[in-house]
Design a protein around this ligand. Structure first.
Ligand code: AMP
Length: 448
């Protein structure tokens, strides 16, 4: 299948060929025609699957269609200043009345919003005068206000800051005909539910809404019921998919010193092109980045406690390959799309099992393969089990010669409802090599 057969306009097909895309990914093949038919959509698809293009290309099609259909303003006398949609005659010549965007995308984090904005500009590069603006927290209001007061096609925003502008009466949303919620489950996790409702209420009733979420169970499903009208469900890959491009490994560490030795060994192997190392806290990210820098690694930290300017500079350095290692927390790493990340290393385990899936999805992108290594201490046993249950996959345990753990590998004890169902991908169906062994005598009971 090629992009031409999806019914995309020529400027978009040209931009995709410049981007080097030869064929649509599965989610694009399904979601693009569906979105272009005008129906509301609920899409579950993991990051790295090409989901951004699957809503941005239909969004750009809508912008193109509006360009054709919107009435041109009445001709004004020459030398009367700028003209075009949105300009009206004022006492001192033409003045611009902000019309607001026709496409609105909400994203959970600044990084993801900026990533989506880049996709809009890349895929829309051959649409003359395309106007894309981003409204995210943590940056000064001035530039955003200027962008909002000019003509606008596509607005990409994080909910909190968008609501600020809306409350200040600086943002007309009456023209929005295409509304996208990207990573909706994540926005709900971050507590944006009321903001999303307030924003949706400011939008026209007559609109198309497209919602992307890793899951549609629980709050995300309820939000979909509230915001979508007769949606079509597109499920390309769920959290139970195999992540065929990502090899996963689990190393058990005796203690912090052992964990550091394992990390140091992995980071010095030649296979590491670029590595993203996750910690559980901002402080751990700082401490670890400092230690790795002292060892001579090209490394920096990225976490939500850093000012936005510095976060952007760190990401640029990662993209320009001036960094080989980035030590990050979950929120800050969301939306990182760097194809050369060959390794994701879980140095601190995530707080939530979904985050494991988001983390490992930072590697193995755009057709490349990646390695996701989890370094777990005995006290992480409960979380490792929860992750395996969530993904319905076992993370194969591995060892490094000379750095084998001294204490035996923790083992799962059968729990009601866990491992009860037989099946090739399930685990816990009895002892497996290196997994599922009974507790070794005297071994510390892992904390849960
Ligand atoms: P996303 O899931 O939107 O974060 O996209 C993941 C990566 O895949 C990005 O680097 C995109 O540039 C890339 N990508 C998206 N669509 C395609 C495609 N059809 N062919 C090749 N790469 C793509």
């Amino acid at each position: 299948m090629s992009f031409d057969t999806l019914g995309l306009a020529e400027p978009l097909v040209r931009a995709l060929s410049v981007a080097g895309y030869t064929e649509p990914t599965s989610v694009q093949a399904e979601a693009i025609p569906a979105a272009m038919s005008g129906t509301d959509l609920m899409v579950s698809s993991r990051t790295g699957s090409g989901k951004t293009a699957s809503f941005m290309l239909p969004a750009l099609m809508r912008v193109l269609a509006l360009r054709e259909s919107e009435p041109k303003p009445a001709p004004m006398p020459r030398n009367d200043g700028p003209r075009g949609p949105g300009f009206e005659r004022g006492p001192r010549g033409p003045r611009f009345v902000p019309q607001g965007p026709s496409v609105l995308v909400l994203a959970p984090t600044r990084e993801l919003a900026l990533q989506v904005a880049k996709a809009a500009s890349d895929y829309g590069r051959y649409i003359p005068g395309l106007r894309v603006a981003t409204v995210v927290g943590g940056v000064p209001y001035g530039a955003q206000l200027r962008a909002l007061s000019g003509p606008l096609d596509i607005l990409i925003a994080t909910p909190g800051r968008l609501l600020d502008h809306l409350g200040a009466g600086k943002l007309p949303l009456g023209r929005v005909g295409f509304f996208v919620l990207d990573e909706a489950d994540r926005m709900l996790d971050m507590g944006f539910i009321d903001d999303i409702h307030a924003i949706a209420e400011a939008l026209p009733q007559q609109r198309q809404t497209v919602m992307f979420s890793a899951t549609f169970s629980g709050p995300a499903g309820r939000l979909a019921e509230e915001l979508l009208r007769e949606p079509r469900r597109i499920e390309v890959a769920s959290h139970t998919e195999t992540h065929a491009d990502i090899e996963q490994r689990l190393h058990w560490a005796d203690d912090l010193r052992h964990k550091n030795a394992l990390l140091d060994h992995i980071l010095t192997t030649r296979e590491v092109d670029q590595a993203l190392v996750f910690t559980s806290t901002q402080r751990d990210a700082e401490v670890l980045a400092t230690r790795l820098a002292e060892m001579g690694h090209q490394v920096d930290a990225l976490h939500g406690g850093m000012p936005q300017g510095r976060r952007n500079r760190v990401l640029d350095q990662l993209r320009n390959r001036r960094l080989r290692v980035l030590v990050a927390t979950d929120v800050a790493a969301r939306g990182i799309d760097v194809k050369t990340i060959s390794h994701v290393i879980n140095y601190g385990l995530p707080m939530k099992e979904e985050d494991y899936v988001h983390r490992i999805g930072r590697t193995g992108r755009a057709g490349r393969t990646g390695l996701a290594v989890t370094l777990a201490e005995r006290r992480d046993f409960g979380m490792v089990q929860r992750i395996q249950r969530f993904t319905t996959q076992r993370i194969p345990a591995a060892t490094i010669t000379g750095l084998e753990p001294r204490t035996p590998e923790p083992a799962a004890r059968p729990k009601p409802g866990f491992g009860a169902k037989p099946g090739p991908k399930r685990f816990g169906n009895g002892p497996k090599p290196g997994y599922g062994k009974p507790f070794a005598r005297g071994a510390a009971k892992p904390s849960r």
